[in-house]
Design a protein around this ligand. Structure first.
Ligand code: AMP
Ligand code: MG
Length: 288
């Protein structure tokens, strides 16, 4: 393989398997500063992403072309993580690098009054990516077993049955050709403190600061427990979770880039065949 930008030929190919949640997975055993499946440096990671950009473009265009007739697969990237885990950076640096045509991003906030009057998956279903698209959920249906569980927003017997509801919902997504890539960005409380401090230090970051984030820090342990339950109950063979250590932003970006690339490679959509007679059209064109 030719070397690019002087970067070592450091492969990111092993990341997907290294971050995939397997039976017996223990969240607290994952060091948020680690870089599983990757031996390169921050500088190498930039080279690695540059090196596969053309391939991602090609694969995304194939996906998009395949969806033009109203069926064909789509991809749904589900991003979860504590406040400041870096979801915004993933949107800008990873998702932002692919052709915006064919990408739809939706951020799920505190449910509106109307949304609360419906089952929790109602607002989620409305945002599923159409064929050929890459959808991104910045938070998701998982909030309904995370923040909701931590803050007792519904009775335990309600949130307890949601894990099974989520699994069957995701299977029904698969049946419609929607391929999920589920990612938890895993940061340490120390790193979160540093990121919040930065938001308070810099006027250009005030807009990102939410005093409520400090209240949520008080519940760190409860959130980790709620995440562990999510990983135990909703990481399936078809729709596995990936826990991406995120104290190093560069690693988290490389890992999500790689997970997206792996999924697009797996789908490797063929170019749709012409629905016209090519030779005939060439002749017509030549005659003009
Ligand atoms: P942010 O992503 O920082 O803009 O914040 C969005 C907020 O909406 C977070 O505090 C989430 O916990 C909250 N949120 C998202 N979904 C739900 C939900 N289903 N129930 C309650 N709060 C939610
Ligand atoms: Mg926030």
């Amino acid at each position: 393989m030719p070397k690019k930008h002087g970067a070592k030929a450091t492969s990111a190919a092993a990341i997907g398997n290294a971050v995939r949640v397997k039976p017996g997975f223990v969240l607290s055993d994952v060091d948020p500063r680690s870089t599983p499946g990757y031996a390169g440096s921050k500088k190498d990671s930039v080279g690695a992403m540059d090196a596969s950009r053309a391939e991602i473009d090609d694969l995304q265009e194939r996906l998009y072309a395949g969806g033009r007739d109203g069926d064909g697969p789509s991809v749904l990237l589900v991003l979860q993580g504590m406040d400041t885990a870096g979801k915004g950076g993933i949107l800008r640096h990873v998702v932002g690098a692919v052709d915006p045509q064919g990408v739809s991003i939706h951020a799920f906030k505190v449910p509106t009054k109307e949304e609360r009057e419906h089952p929790f998956l109602w607002r989620i279903r409305k945002q599923l990516p159409p064929p050929g698209n890459i959808g991104v959920f910045d938070r998701s249906h998982y909030e309904d077993v995370l923040v909701v569980r931590v803050h007792d927003l519904v009775p335990p017997k309600v949130w307890r049955r949601r894990y099974a509801e989520i699994n069957s919902f995701e299977e029904s997504c698969n049946d419609k050709g929607i391929h999920l890539v589920k990612v938890m960005l895993h940061i340490s409380p120390q790193e979160q403190r540093a990121r919040l401090a930065e938001r308070l230090d810099r006027p250009d970051k005030y807009w990102k600061f939410n005093p409520g984030d400090i209240d949520e820090r008080e519940h760190w342990g409860d959130y980790q427990e709620a995440y562990q339950a999510v990983l135990d109950k909703t990481s399936t063979d078809e729709n596995p979770w990936h826990v991406v250590p995120a104290d190093h932003k560069w690693y988290a970006r490389l890992a999500v880039h790689q997970l997206l690339l792996d999924k697009l490679r797996e789908l490797h959509a063929p170019w749709p065949p012409a629905d016209f007679d090519v030779a005939e059209q060439q002749e017509r064109l030549a005659a003009t």
